[in-house]
Ligand binder design. Sequence first.
Ligand SMILES: [Zn+2]
Length: 213
Amino acid sequence: MEKKLLEYKISKCPICGEEHIYSLVLLDKTKNNNVLLFGVSPAAQTEVLFLCKKDNSPFTKKVTVPPESDILGIATDSEIEEIKRIKDLKSVNNEFSNWVQSSRRVAFDFCKNMLTTSVASIPIYYAMIKFIENHSVEKYLLIIPPILLLLLLAICIFTIGIYPTLKLIHESSFQEFRNNRLRRLSFLSNFGTIIYLTSIVYSVILFTYMLIL
Ligand SMILES: [Zn+2]
């Protein structure tokens, strides 16, 4: 069962009359709960032995026990350290598993957004061609095929990246399958982005050159 820390304040110590703050060790029993019940149970109380922080004299006080837990007593320094260390370790593990779970989503969403951007570039590209004066076949051949082909290639790459594949996978080979999928997704998103950026750079240079001429 998991141990937790509970900060408990005694506003008026029966020994010295001052305010003391203690760390109590709680035993969390939620994970061991087997039966689910509706109803409100009366708040349980337990007598805890405290030591006055001023002169170390012992005194007892009734403390309300939080639901699904037991109060073990005042936490020692080593217990506080140990509980905090376990808590930190758990939060690191949680963060790591969140990263693992979301990493594919990040690349997948990127490909999806890039696909939308690439598709949306085509009408903009056609609109820009209209602005070019002194149309000649050479100019059209210089602009339309390369840029359009690059844009279409980028669209194909991003579509392949997010296209779902059906495959029968055994649990033992899942890790390998997952790694392969992630590598493929990474390669396609990089490759698609390079192609898309090349088409943008090429069109910017070309349109600027034609406007100057
Ligand atoms: Zn005291």
